[in-house]
Design a protein around this ligand. Sequence first.
Ligand SMILES: [Zn+2]
Length: 201
Amino acid sequence: MIFGTRSSIRKKQDAGLPCPHCHAEHTLQFIVAQEYVIIAIFPFFPSSKRGMAVCSNCHFTFHPHQLPEPQRSSLYALTKQTRTPPWTFTLSIILLIMIVVGKCGDARQEKHTSQYVLDPRIGDVYTVKPYEREYTFYKVDSISSDSLYFLENRYSVESEKGLSQIERKGDDAFSAHRIAWPKKKMKAFITQGVILKIERE
Ligand SMILES: [Zn+2]
């Protein structure tokens, strides 16, 4: 990631003062600049806001404390009044939206899992963690009055993130090897984190 800062001029106003350096008239302008942090080219969040006076004749820049009164106070006031534009938060807002959407998705998935476990159907795919550091998928193959019979996936991975690799292997990766789990244990398996997720087509 490439962090950086940029500056955007938010306000320009005649300073009403000859330039303290070259003494030219009507060349001194108050400028208020908003600085903001960027990642790549996207505004992330605003940082400081700066007021200064710039002469268009000699190009000297003056900080407020280098100006006489009442111009010094006017520049401070102008800086204070200048609003930070909302677009300086662009990336922060996008990230916030992504987090909220992600959380909603998680909540929906949890609701599905707790519903599907009560009403299992053939073809449901369970994301399971049968042992520590072992993640895989089980697919419901048949259902009896007291048990669920699963086809075990041939592959397992050490972390939840790796599951997408197994998913890519498709349906053929489910072996003919069947395992049975008692129905009455299912809710406990969710609580214990053995069943992580149930998906239905
Ligand atoms: Zn000047």
